[in-house]
Structures are given as C-alpha cells and as structure tokens.
Design a protein around this ligand. Sequence first.
Ligand SMILES: NC(=O)c1ccc[n+]([C@@H]2O[C@H](COP(=O)([O-])OP(=O)(O)OC[C@H]3O[C@@H](n4cnc5c(N)ncnc54)[C@H](OP(=O)(O)O)[C@@H]3O)[C@@H](O)[C@H]2O)c1
Length: 313
Amino acid sequence: MFIRTLLQRYKPARIVVFSRDELKQFEMQQEFTDPCMRFFLGDVRDADRLKQAMRGIDYVVHAAALKQVPAAEYNPTECIRTNVSGAENVISAAIENGVEKVIALSTDKAASPINLYGATKLLSDKLFIAANNIVGGHRTRFAVVRYGNVVGSRGSVVPFFRKLISDGAQSLPITDARMTRFWITLQQGVDFVLANFGRMQGGELFVPKIPSVRITDLARAMAPDLPQHIIGIRPGEKLHELMISSDDSFHTYEFADHYVIAPSITFIVKHGYESNEAGETGVLTPEGFYFASDNNPQFLDIAELQALDRATP
Ligand SMILES: NC(=O)c1ccc[n+]([C@@H]2O[C@H](COP(=O)([O-])OP(=O)(O)OC[C@H]3O[C@@H](n4cnc5c(N)ncnc54)[C@H](OP(=O)(O)O)[C@@H]3O)[C@@H](O)[C@H]2O)c1
C-alpha cells in the first residue's frame, strides 16, 4: 500500500525496499515493475548492509519489527536485536548517508508498555527522538509516528476472525467483553506517515486522532449470527490501549487531526512544537489529558465496522 501510494502520487527517482524475505520481495517485484524500484535483501541487524541500502536516499520509513506479543515474550533477545539494535543501525546509516528525514513507526503498545514488544518499541521511540541530538552537522532529522491496530494487518484480529468464520466456527472467541482497541486502515496509516514528512522538524512523536472499536462490536459486525464466548485476557494484553499517557500531557500538543508529543529532553536546536513545518498550529493539552482506546470520543459502530470489513482485502 505504501509503495502503491508513492508511485501514484509522486515521481520518485528511486524507492528501495529493504527486508529479509526473498519470497515476499519476489512477489512485490511482480506487482511493482516501475523502473525506480530497487529490492535489497538485508536485515536491520546488519549495519553495513543498511548503510549500502541508504546511499543517495532522502527519506526513510522504518517499519521493520518483530511484533507478535507472545513470540517476543518467548524470544526476548531476538525481539531486542531487531527492534532496538535494528533501530540504532537505521539511525547510524541515515546520519552517515545524509538522509534528510526518517520516520520510525511506533505502536500504542509502546505507551506505558506491559509486554516486551511494547517495551522494545518504546526504546526504539526514545532512540529515534534522541538521535536528533547526535546528528552533528548532518541534515538528518528523526520523528516517530505512533498508531494502533492496522485493520487486516498480518497476524491481527480481522484475518483471525475471518479464518474462523470461513472454517465454520460455531462461535467467536473474545478475550474480554470490555476490551477496546484503536483502529486505523492501512491507507490512513500511509497517508498519516506521508503527511508527517511535511510537518516534522525532528523530535516529534505524532499520534493520529483515530477511532476505537469494541471487540464485541467487531465480532458482531463480522459475524452477526454467531455467538461469542469469553476466553479471558491473555498474558501481556491490556484491556484498553493507551496512545498518550497523562504524564505526557505537559508536553503534548493537540492539532486538528492529530497530537504531537514533544520531546521531554532538551535539544541542541530548540524547536517550538506548537506549530509545524506545514504551517499548522496546535494547543497544549490540559494537565492530566490522556488518549486511550476507552476514553476516545470517537467509536466505530457496527455498520461502520461492516463497511470497513467489506473494504478491507
Ligand atoms: N500492524 C499493526 O497493527 C501495527 C500497529 C502499530 C504499529 N505497527 C508498526 O508498524 C510496523 C510494521 O508493522 P506491520 O504490521 O506492517 O508488520 P509486518 O507485516 O510483519 O511487516 C514488518 C516488515 O518488517 C520486515 N522485517 C522484519 N524484521 C526485519 C529485519 N530484521 N530486517 C529487515 N526487515 C525486517 C518484514 O519483512 P521480511 O520478513 O521480509 O524481513 C516485514 O515486511 C512495525 O514497526 C509495527 O510495530 C503495526
């Protein structure tokens, strides 16, 4: 989706896809035949390979991560190597190559994390924010984009429910009837990342104002006639996700369609985060403000979830 959007809207001289799996890359090569496309096999744990891949690159989106919560708990060092050491390597390669702007993807699970995946993403966030202080004379600037569940993404609840429904399940499992989650479509995520390249000065953590869903509503939307059964909350799972904690309210700015958590550290170059490079202005959030999936003013109803389900491949 990200590549498709780039090719539709811009005329990039070169797009480098950097990842490990040759099969996924082979499949992408069949779909994206534009001569600007380059496919680099590589691992973010390999600093030298990353440096090669970023030669002559102006903008980087860092998406590579191990993101399955139970797998991260079971294989903590693997998750740390990819999500934390990998982040450090992306930062070094970007600075060394004079990349202009880097956006790293974060997750609501990184806000007050309770599982290893979230904790590694918080460390990654901190590395990218602080990296603005180690650029020296280089032009590179770093920002973070944090959002919640991407509808239909690999390993997420929508494909899980779809499989159960197509396999003829007699009921859908719900961990807890009270559970809520943030909800964003892949296209909204892509658009938000692209918009923030135009907004960023460096050091921001951008959070979109996205709706929440009740998991029971999602199950009802996808299978109106199926009963639901409660299986209990799983280790490392929260009842509700948090995007911005109340401790961040002192340095969080509200804009029309997003929030910016400004860095809590002082930068060599002092920025004013209440306005951005795109000329938009925000206001400081009131003390104690927090943005969680259960206090969100915007919830999707069953009809909206059904429309979204139909539109999601
Ligand atoms: N999905 C969500 O709901 C969600 C929500 C919030 C934030 N995010 C964040 O968004 C990012 C992308 O998530 P996603 O859902 O798109 O995950 P995904 O489908 O698993 O994609 C992750 C990509 O990273 C690549 N990758 C993994 N480890 C790598 C490594 N060591 N070196 C190089 N490439 C590596 C994988 O390609 P190869 O296997 O080919 O290496 C894969 O294409 C992650 O940072 C995640 O934390 C996701």
